[in-house]
Design a protein around this ligand. Structure first.
Ligand SMILES: C[S@@+](CC[C@H](N)C(=O)[O-])C[C@H]1O[C@@H](n2cnc3c(N)ncnc32)[C@H](O)[C@@H]1O
Length: 183
């Protein structure tokens, strides 16, 4: 199944990190109950780190955030922001290719926020996410309504099921298409 939307360019990083975004999509409110201290988590398509930095705060000193993006410039912006907040020791940047996440350690939680519609082969991507999840891990998939039609979203959820991701109820993200999955 194709995603293959336009790649969000690094020059738009400022829009992704504006404090105004927090009014609609507050990362800690969205991630509450999903992320605990000491966890290893992955932020897939992390961009400049709007979710990565709150994740790093939530996993604490004993935890780790794998920050995955295919754009080196996005990872550089993320690391600069992490340094400024003293969080870089908890963040492991991982530059991937468009067609594969590559090798990442097993994780307790995975997030893909506003990224899957940009991925060329969605089912392959979801299969790789599934393979990275530990037993009992959860995966929060969130897509923007402006770029992803209801039909496309439903096809994405069906593809996730084929990859062994089981939809869980009760974790909706406002103003977006979202699903929490377990394994
Ligand atoms: C719209 S931005 C969202 C960034 C971040 N998740 C957020 O919500 O602020 C999408 C990000 O996904 C990344 N991306 C797109 N395709 C990707 C792929 N196949 N693998 C990894 N990252 C990808 C882009 O480089 C970009 O940084």
């Amino acid at each position: 199944m194709a995603g293959g939307g336009d790649l969000c360019p690094a020059k738009h990083a400022g829009f992704l990190t504006t404090p105004l975004r927090r009014l609609i999509s507050d990362p800690k409110r969205i991630l509450a109950g999903l992320v605990e201290p000491g966890m290893t988590v992955v932020d897939l398509g992390c961009g400049p780190g709007f979710f990565t930095l709150p994740l790093a705060e939530m996993v604490g000193q004993q935890g780790r955030v794998i920050a995955v993006d295919l754009q080196e410039e996005m990872l550089a912006k993320l690391l600069k922001r992490a340094d400024a907040r003293g969080l870089s020791a908890r963040i492991q940047p991982h530059q991937c290719a468009a067609d594969t996440i590559g090798t990442i350690p097993p994780v307790d939680f995975a997030l893909a926020f506003y990224v899957v519609h940009e991925v060329p082969d969605v089912e392959h991507f979801l299969g790789e996410v599934r393979a990275a999840l530990k037993d009992g891990a959860q995966f929060l998939l969130v897509e923007p309504k402006c770029h992803v039609t209801r039909e496309h979203w439903e096809a994405t959820v069906v593809a996730a099921g084929r990859c062994g991701l089981r939809p869980l109820s009760g974790h909706n993200v406002r103003f977006a298409r979202s699903s929490l999955f377990g394994v």
